[in-house]
Design a protein around this ligand. Structure first.
Ligand SMILES: [Zn+2]
Length: 243
């Protein structure tokens, strides 16, 4: 094999790996482990809305307003660095009765982090969330849904269930509000955990616009209610007592 052929094969390999990573990034990366939760009971009429990456001064208050107006309690997976920046928003989320989750300190890729650093990251995040809200997060969601067994063990040791999602709104892809509603209306099943984002520095620190999330949310809520689904926070969907 010539050097050029080798180089070409190496390039193709790298490309395939990159495409696979991008494709799987929002579906979770490793096979379903023993301790991971992706949805609640499938025979239930309950579903949950979850919001990742906040709090964010632009989107979180509007999302909270919509949830309050429709009497819906959701779950927020907080990035602790954002909690530190916007403590009043994290406090408002807690005071309005939504469930809190740890979404790491800084949304770094924990999959490539050393075990000790991983644990420190989650402890630091919990500490900040507790200082600001007075509540211990019951749930952990690894950034980008990338997890391994070690992460599940650390989260469990720190008193958190690791929760992914079963239905992504694809809001991070910039899907139009109407499309988000259509997608959810078509795919929703009992026990679904729906993924939204109320902030976004997801890819390469690029700020993502989440007007689509804010605009879609009231439509999603009324569509779900119309279909007869009860929208509950994760603690209720999964039967886990809040502290
Ligand atoms: Zn995230």
């Amino acid at each position: 094999m010539s050097f050029l052929e080798l180089l070409l094969m190496a390039l193709i390999f790298v490309l395939v790996v990159m495409i696979a990573l991008v494709f799987y990034v929002y579906r979770g990366f490793t096979p379903q482990g023993r301790l991971i939760i992706r949805h609640g009971p499938r025979d239930s009429k309950k579903v949950s809305l979850t919001f990742d990456d906040g709090p964010d001064p632009l989107y979180t208050p509007r999302i909270l307003d919509i949830l309050k107006a429709s009497g819906v309690k959701a779950s927020f997976f907080l990035v602790a660095a954002n909690v530190k920046k916007y403590p009043h928003l994290a406090l408002r989320i807690a005071q309005e009765g939504h469930d809190l989750g740890n979404h790491s300190y800084n949304h770094s890729n924990l999959l490539v982090t050393r075990n000790a650093t991983l644990e420190k990251n989650l402890i630091k995040a919990n500490k900040i969330i507790m200082q600001v809200t007075g509540l211990h997060p019951n749930f952990f969601r690894p950034p980008r849904g990338l997890y391994n067994q070690k992460m599940l063990e650390v989260a469990s040791k720190l008193g958190m269930e690791t929760v992914l999602w079963s239905l992504s709104s694809l809001d991070w892809r910039g899907l139009k509000p109407k499309k988000i509603v259509e997608l959810i209306a078509k795919k929703i099943q009992g026990g679904d955990i729906i993924l939204f984002h109320d902030s976004g520095n997801l890819f390469y620190q690029k700020k993502i616009n989440h007007e689509n999330t804010v605009e879609a949310l009231p439509l999603v809520i009324s569509e779900l209610k119309k279909q007869g689904w009860e929208i509950v926070p994760l603690s209720e969907l999964l039967g886990i007592e809040s502290e």
